[in-house]
Design a protein around this ligand. Sequence first.
Ligand code: PRT
Ligand code: MG
Length: 243
Amino acid sequence: MNADPYRPTDAATPLTLALSKGRIFDETLPLLAAAGVGVPEKPNASRKLILPTDNPALRLLIVRASDVPTYVQYGAADFGIAGHDVLYEHVAEHPGGLYQPIDLNIARCRLCVATPKGFDYQAAVRQGSRLRIATKYVRSAREHFAGKGVHVDIIKLYGSMELAPLVGLADAIVDLVSSGNTLRANRLVEVEEIRPVSARLIVNQAALKMRGAALQPYLDAFARASADMDGNGGGGPLISDRP
Ligand code: PRT
Ligand code: MG
């Protein structure tokens, strides 16, 4: 008998895929379709946090984007989909327990440094000024500026980084940019790209051992579909437990 009904281990229990609603959910639907899985209910419409699929062997767990690695690491979900931005920060504080077998090439954007229009970032860097940086991505920002030899004070925010330079909280932000519309709307400009970002499939290491046969068809289908989606034919397996 399973002692803990919240941690099902029975092979009859559906596999659980953790992901966030919004762009990651939307861009995952074609990957699920490639694996032969349809999702009849949408997270916003249903408000359910556990969504069934049309395959009784797979269910979806809808969680906050930054919580996806935690659910997978602790085995509450067998696998999940999370942005590299989120994973890079998570893995530094909670190493181990996660495989990142596939770059899914979805939810693509770039992690950037942005400043108010008119702020001479290159001059500030040349002059060795100490910069105040607002960001949700503390590890990425710290490493980026350390690599350039720029002294920074990092101010951790949880949302709307774009606001910080407008009200004098920071000189610059480190944030994700896709179309650039949010920066433009707030009179900010991108001054440096730190790295491109896309979403990864992550797998709980124990689940891979115990339920590998059930997981493998999804890993294969996602790898094929994401390689097709990537114009360069890239993507594909990339076994590592580090982002
Ligand atoms: O929104 P919430 O606080 O719940 O969590 P979240 O922001 O982490 O989730 P969500 O769904 O917004 O993002 C999930 C993942 O999508 C992120 O972890 C990224 O890997 C990826 N992604 C891709 C993005 C973007 N593109 C993106 N543009 N995540 C956020 N943005 C934001 C960005 O932070 C900025 O505020 O969109 C704004 C910029 O967009 P543009 O198009 O105006 O440049
Ligand atoms: Mg968001």
